[in-house]
Ligand binder design. Structure first.
Ligand code: NDP
Length: 433
């Protein structure tokens, strides 16, 4: 399944669910034999659910949709997204469509090194301990690798240490900490379990070497050694919208990104928009979205102030250039990825990318989402686009049946105050007829 015929995906949003699945097959993103998985709504069985968490009593579903039009590093993709919020998939698809016309997204990823920490307290002679740790780096790495030999056999494993000293802070009454980072190549896995095993295994050795006491040994979700960057470039001629010229949209969009760089109140919402797309694909692909969220927001604060994760600037020739970098400690194996039918389908629809490629795809989705939100905000505002889908959500909340949803939503869009009470009233009138 390499050649894609994306023409079959045109007007995807207008198709029925069955037609969308057929279009994905025709376009070459879904193998025909895999379509049966949709009969069960990609659901997990109660037995599996019971094995996944404690005290399980049911399963909780989310819509699983597809963002179209993504051209990333010269390859066509459809993006599986698990999300409850309207507009996100439409916004991603429309930004991706525009970007694809001008070369698509370009990406770069760093080595996939995850970080584990052992935190030591009561180290009597800090500088001496640091020197001893450096002298024993190879032995520490060996001890870590012996605790998880299978990752070494696969070609990965621990490959370096970093030592950090955090001085005592009397304002909060904390002593000094000696923190040892282990950098681990976890290959296709996110690596939480691999690293946690390694960190606990090296604790006795680190205590012996330093005469300190270990407080804990655990993965850090601040994956600064596992970064993904996506960029895109658009000419001003592509940016005009409604009564706004391309130059105006470009300049206003750059200003909007600057506000998000200097004002944390704006930055949080700006980054939330980016995470709308990122969380949806991270969740669909069976990855740990809490880890990605925590890491992304820490990265946004790396200067000491919470700032925008993305940047937008004017190129020498006047084009608009967007760039997004964030830590993406995702995996293509491990956790629930190998058995959750939704996660398996997501990886299949993406063409079973390796972890580096999945990072590149996720970063591109975040940048697409950011572009759509910013362009809408600096032109007509986001409510206009949102209200259509919001009207459908209100119709569903009011109790409209499948056949009634469109009727209620259409009438709702014509009223001044779109709310649940009005939706219920409209539905009542429709049902009276
Ligand atoms: P798992 O332990 O589930 O799976 C990783 C295992 O997959 C590896 O140890 C390896 O086992 C096997 N594997 C098979 N093929 C490959 C390959 N090509 N590359 C790498 N490994 C391969 O997952 P992780 O260690 O990645 O942990 C992720 C899970 O941990 C997530 O579910 C997350 O929610 C959870 N978690 C997260 C925490 C956090 O973020 N702070 C804390 C604790 C848990 P083998 O070589 O033995 O076959």
């Amino acid at each position: 399944m390499s050649e894609k015929n994306t023409g079959y995906l045109a007007q995807f949003y207008k198709k029925s669910q069955t037609e969308r699945i057929q279009a994905l097959i025709q376009a070459g993103f879904l193998e025909k034999e895999k379509q049966d998985a949709f009969d069960d709504q990609l659901a997990i069985s109660l037995d599996i659910a019971n094995g996944m968490i404690e005290n399980q009593i049911a399963t909780y579903q989310l819509p699983f949709g597809i963002a179209t039009n993504f051209l990333i590093d010269g390859k066509d993709y459809v993006i599986p997204m698990a999300i409850e919020e309207p507009s996100v998939i439409a916004a991603a698809s429309s930004a991706a469509k525009l970007v694809a016309q001008y070369g698509g997204f370009q990406t770069a990823v760093t080595d996939r090194l995850m970080i584990g920490q052992v935190i030591l307290t009561d180290v009597p002679h800090l500088s001496e301990a640091i020197a001893i740790l450096h002298d024993n780096e190879i032995e520490i790495i060996q001890a870590a690798n012996q605790a998880h030999p299978s990752i070494v056999k696969r070609g990965g494993g621990a490959d370096g240490i970093r030592i950090r000293e955090i001085a005592e802070d009397l304002t909060v009454g904390s002593p000094s900490f000696l923190i040892i980072h282990l950098h681990v190549e976890t290959l296709e896995a996110m690596g939480a379990n691999i690293i946690n095993t390694m960190m606990e295994a090296i604790i006795p050795m680190l205590e012996n070497l330093t005469n300190g006491n270990a407080l804990m040994g655990i993965l850090s979700n601040y994956a600064t050694e596992c970064l993904a960057t996506a960029t895109c470039r658009l000419p001003v001629s592509a940016l005009a919208k409604d009564n706004w010229s391309g130059v105006e949209v470009r300049d206003r969009l750059i200003l909007a990104a600057q506000v998000a760089t200097v004002d944390p109140y704006r930055a949080v919402t700006h980054n939330k928009g980016i995470m709308n797309g990122i969380d949806a694909i991270v969740l669909a692909s069976g990855n740990d979205w809490r880890a990605i969220e925590a890491g992304a927001h820490a990265y946004a604060s790396r200067s000491g102030q919470y700032r925008s994760l993305s940047s937008w600037r004017k190129a020498d020739n006047g084009d608009l250039i967007g760039e997004l970098t964030l830590p993406l400690s995702i995996g293509t194996v491990g956790g629930s990825i190998s058995f959750h039918p939704g996660a398996q389908m997501a990886h299949h629809l993406l063409g079973n990318p390796d972890a580096e490629t999945l990072e590149a795809i996720i970063a591109s989705v975040g940048l697409a989402q950011n572009f759509s939100a910013l362009r809408a905000l600096v032109t007509e505002g986001i409510q206009q686009g949102h209200m259509g889908l919001h009207a459908r959500s209100l119709a569903i909340s009011a109790g409209a049946s499948r056949e009634e949803i469109d009727q209620v939503a259409t009438q709702l869009k014509t009223v001044k105050n779109m709310n649940l009470a009005t939706a219920k009233e409209i539905l009542k009138n429709i049902q009276k007829k």
